[in-house]
Ligand binder design. Structure first.
Ligand SMILES: [Zn+2]
Length: 97
C-alpha cells in the first residue's frame, strides 16, 4: 500500500482533519489525483469522495450507484476495519502509534 499526502480537509461526518490517503488496490500511483475518487475517513469510517480542490465531501446514494460492485465490496471491508479499530480504541486495546 502507498500513502499520499493531500491538502488538509475535514471529514464532513466527524470533523477529523485528514491529510493523507492510502491506496488499497489498483494503480497505486493514482491516489487521489483527481476529483471524485472515493475514500473512507480513518477516524469514523464515513464513506467520502474527493471534491473540487480535493476537499472531502459525503458520498451520496447517487455516487454509490456509479461505483462498481467490486469497489463497493472493498470499501465495505475497509470501512469494517476502521470501525473495528475505533471500537478497539474505545476499549483501550489499540493505539494510533
Ligand atoms: Zn470522519
Amino acid at each position: 500500500m502507498r500513502t499520499t499526502r493531500v491538502p488538509i480537509s475535514p471529514c464532513p461526518q466527524c470533523g477529523a482533519k485528514l491529510d493523507a490517503a492510502t491506496h488499497v488496490n489498483g494503480d497505486q500511483n493514482k491516489v487521489p489525483d483527481r476529483e471524485e475518487c472515493v475514500t473512507i475517513c480513518i477516524n469514523c469510517g464515513a464513506l467520502l469522495k474527493w471534491g473540487v480542490g480535493l476537499i472531502l465531501e459525503p458520498l451520496t446514494v447517487a455516487d454509490m450507484g456509479s461505483i462498481p460492485t467490486g469497489v463497493l465490496g472493498e470499501l465495505a471491508k475497509a470501512q469494517r476495519i476502521v470501525l473495528d479499530m475505533r471500537l478497539e480504541r474505545r476499549r483501550g486495546n489499540f493505539r494510533n502509534n
